[in-house]
Design a protein around this ligand. Structure first.
Ligand code: B1M
Length: 212
């Protein structure tokens, strides 16, 4: 098996030590951090996701794999983000209420930091009022909302309504994303932008600053 296949396998089995060791070997052998992330860590989680959907594995296995993926992406973080970038904007990020998925949100955070944003991370299952309080406290340029479930995507609309009700809508750009989100949905709920993945989230947030 190749290093990437082994890495994908180690994520699926939730083996943190193997994940970290394989990342080291991969880097030594000249693979890029992006290749290790996409072709190893995320590939493994994607395959596990299919088995999760087919009821071949269950929540505990997926949680263990998620921990391994998070540890692996943390190890790659210094290489994924450009060193020494000046902070050029501030973002508040969180996964909306009712939703516990944080791997994608963590990657978006990492890429935003790489693009020079200072990022305030509110975590997962974040109530609307917590987003509003964070806007008041941190006055970010961009509010980033992640949702992974069809049952929680509408919560992004609820956060935007809460931001409007608090009189803050004109002082922040709102970027939404997550597997079930589309450009059409983002437009429908009144977001300023949508990004399909972490790298483009950083690009869209950066262009939001330029347009502000
Ligand atoms: Co959940 N889960 N899960 N899960 N889980 C999915 C999402 C699912 C598609 C699995 C499936 O059935 N195939 C399905 C959703 C179905 C649907 O709604 N249509 C599902 C379900 C049903 C559930 C539960 C309801 C299962 C249950 O309990 N019966 C439950 C819900 C819990 C809750 O949130 N209340 C649940 C629980 C869990 C775990 C806790 C076990 C675990 C999460 C652990 C964690 O995050 N720490 C988990 C996981 C890991 C998954 C899968 C397997 C992987 C998700 C992931 O991390 N992908 C997932 C199946 C799959 O995706 N193949 C699944 C990797 C990650 C990098 O991708 O998060 O999409 P993603 O992020 C991408 C983009 O979406 C985008 O950029 C990221 C990087 O490129 N992006 C943004 C994300 N946020 C963004 C924000 C932006 C811009 C881009 O701007 C602000």
């Amino acid at each position: 098996m190749s290093i990437l296949e082994n890495l994908s396998e180690a994520v699926q089995k939730g083996r943190v030590k193997d994940v970290l060791a394989l990342i080291e070997v991969g880097l030594e052998e000249g693979l890029s951090a992006q290749e290790l992330l996409d072709g190893g860590l995320l590939k493994g989680m994607g395959l596990l996701g299919v088995r999760f959907k087919n009821n071949e594995v269950f929540v505990p296995e997926v949680l263990i794999a998620a921990r391994a993926l998070n540890k692996g992406s943390e190890a790659l973080k210094p290489r994924l983000i450009a060193a020494g970038v000046q902070a050029r904007g501030k973002a508040v990020i969180g996964t909306v209420k009712g939703d516990l998925h944080d791997i994608g949100k963590n990657l978006v955070k990492m890429m935003l930091e790489g693009a020079g944003f200072e990022v305030v991370d509110l975590g997962v299952d974040v109530p609307d009022e917590t987003f509003v309080s964070a806007l008041q406290e941190h006055t970010p340029d961009v509010l980033c909302l992640s949702a992974l479930l069809t049952t929680t995507m509408r919560q992004q609309e609820s956060v935007i309504a809460a931001v409007v009700a608090a009189g803050l809508r004109n002082s922040v750009k709102i970027l939404v994303g997550g597997a079930p989100i589309t450009t059409a949905f983002a437009t429908e709920i009144g977001a300023d932008g949508y990004a399909p993945d972490a790298a483009s989230a950083a690009d869209v947030a950066t262009s939001m600053l330029a347009a502000a």
